[in-house]
Design a protein around this ligand. Structure first.
Ligand code: 5AD
Ligand code: SF4
Length: 539
């Protein structure tokens, strides 16, 4: 049925598409939240190991649902499972090397006799049947073929499916989430990538960009919220280019790019379509989970028109935090990387974000030693890191990936020891900036979502949690009114000191939810809140 529907959608005129989309949504809703019965003790068991990004974490949750739906039960560990599934990453060579090592381990002393090993995800898509080499894998499945997995596991013997399907988004599969993250959950809203960053393997292993329909996302967000989840992260490889053309928009806007950005791949036809875009989706998700904190990752800087920045600023339960991957501070490198912006355009976007969203936390990704990178290019990246002062950064040495435009056309000419040295310099610059940012937090009140269970330390029960900017805070679990904070609670925490990247403080009061921020006195900049009992403003 679903296959037929998919094929029909591709060939039908646009006027019938909305009706089909509605039918697809009805199907999805009917299929969605039925709890799965527990499989009997003697059922075949499986264990999923996940590497790579949050998208893979979310996909593993889909895979768990599909396998449980087929009567398999989850094993406690890989060594006791009948089937081990490795959900893999292909972004850098190091990630792949670790998978090869793990596969050899599983076939050696760490595996169980007769165990089936399935390789899923990005490396499965890239390496394909080479994974059968030396009998390391039995089953190889790419990111768009997980629905076939139960049948492939039933047929014993080697099998492979790495078909990329540009309509697959698993919208109807309710992910089986891991219990220890009960207060936080990922919701996948978009898959694939239509950008053409020259270094990146993602478009080749994850296929074309596609967005899930608004209603299926809202249903999932609302059901997570009802089940007690208090932090929801919307996920996509290119999350802020989200676009659901089948759902009527309240805004009716064509696509807008960030000022000064000229994306390498633009589609005038698609860009002029209306439908729901990212800012509108964000706001609707925030409304569907009113007290929960909403985040999103991973975005591209090109898709931050003012509309998105203003939505983040205005909607109280959207975290005031943006990941803004720069990759380099040199125009020459940015051009070679095909990022579609200059360093100046990126810097103005950062300024714009900071002026629209006061105190926004910023993070970024950087690549050291890309093809042709000179010492001057490197210094420009260092300067960018120093000037911006990121709260978080993910820094990598360039790793050439076969088939990418950079591997085909550019020379990977920065020697590996120079790459390492430059990477270390970027890390040091980032750490220095982060320490300064952490010190700025001291004496301020933050809205924290309590995460871990209390642990006893120096005579007090301490809990930890994160603020909007994802900074870790540690503080005693008891409040001045004598009550105790537990995971899933929001609290206003006054920071007393910074220890490296961790902030140590005291909890002042329980907060009502992710939108209950401390108030700020416009004249003095001092933070305060209103005491519910006395009505007085206090700190
Ligand atoms: N080498 C090193 N880092 C890479 N990234 C993507 N491709 C490569 C590569 N070939 C980094 C980018 C991206 C992050 C997810 O991984 O910084 O934003
Ligand atoms: Fe790795 Fe990219 Fe695949 Fe995520 S999408 S698992 S980062 S290759």
């Amino acid at each position: 049925m679903r296959q037929l529907l998919r094929r029909a959608t591709r060939t039908l005129s646009t006027s019938t598409k909305p009706r089909l989309a509605a039918l697809r949504e009805t199907l999805a809703r009917d299929a969605a939240p039925k709890p799965l019965p527990d499989a009997p003790e003697n059922a075949r068991s499986f264990f999923v190991e996940t590497r790579g990004c949050q998208m893979n974490v979310a996909d593993s949750e889909v895979v768990r649902t599909l396998l449980r739906g087929d009567g398999l039960r989850e094993a406690e560990s890989a060594s006791t499972a009948d089937v081990v599934l490795l959900n893999t990453c292909a972004i850098r060579d190091k990630a792949e090397q670790k998978v090869w090592t793990r596969l050899r381990d599983l076939r050696g002393r760490r595996g169980k006799e007769g165990q089936t090993v399935a390789v899923l995800g990005c490396m499965a898509e890239r390496v394909r049947d080479d994974l059968f080499r030396d009998g390391l894998a039995d089953v190889v499945v790419g990111p768009d073929a997980y629905r076939k997995l139960p049948a492939m596991l039933r047929d014993q013997g080697q099998s492979i499916d790495v078909t990329l399907d540009r309509s697959e988004n698993y919208a109807d599969v309710l992910p089986t989430r891991v219990e220890h993250t009960a207060h936080g959950a990922f919701v996948s809203i978009q898959r694939g990538c239509d950008n053409a960053c020259s270094y990146c393997i993602v478009p080749y292993v994850r296929g074309r960009e596609r967005s899930r329909s608004v209603q299926t996302i809202l249903d999932e967000v609302a059901s997570l919220y009802d089940s007690g989840v208090r932090e929801i992260t919307l996920l996509g490889q290119n999350v802020n280019s989200y676009h659901d053309a089948t759902t009527e928009s309240l805004k009716q806007q064509p696509r807008e790019y960030s000022t000064g950005f000229v994306p390498f791949v633009k589609s005038d036809k698609k860009d002029s379509q209306t439908g729901v875009r990212f800012a509108e989706l964000l706001e609707r998700c925030a409304a569907a989970a009113p007290d929960a904190r909403l985040r999103f990752t991973s975005p591209h800087p090109k898709d931050f028109p003012d509309d998105v920045l203003e939505t983040i600023a205005r909607v109280s339960n959207i975290a005031k935090q943006i990941h803004m991957p720069a990759q380099s501070g040199s125009d020459q490198m940015l051009r070679r990387m095909r990022r579609g912006y200059t360093c100046e355009a990126y810097r103005s976007l950062i300024e714009r974000a900071r002026s629209v969203i006061p105190d926004v936390a910023l993070s970024s990704d950087f690549i050291a030693g890309f093809c042709g990178e000179t010492h001057e290019d490197h210094l420009r990246t260092l300067r960018l890191i120093e000037d911006v002062g990121y709260d978080m950064a993910f820094l990598f040495a360039y790793s050439s990936r076969e088939k990418t435009p950079a591997a085909r056309r550019l020379e990977d000419d920065v020697p590996s020891d120079i790459k390492k040295k430059r990477l270390q310099e970027l890390i040091d610059a980032f750490r220095t900036g982060r320490e300064a940012r952490s010190r700025e937090r001291v004496g301020k009140i933050h809205l924290i979502l309590v995460e871990g269970a209390p642990r006893r330390d120096r005579g007090a029960d301490l809990v930890s949690g994160r603020d909007d900017g994802n900074r870790v805070h540690v503080f005693p679990s008891s409040l001045p009114d004598g009550s105790e904070l537990t995971p899933g609670d929001f609290a206003h925490v006054l920071v007393d000191r910074a220890e490296g990247a961790t902030l140590i403080g005291v909890a002042l009061r329980r907060a009502a939810g992710a939108g209950d921020r401390p108030l700020v006195d416009a004249e003095t900049g001092a933070e305060f809140f209103i005491d519910e009992q006395t009505g007085a403003s206090r700190w």
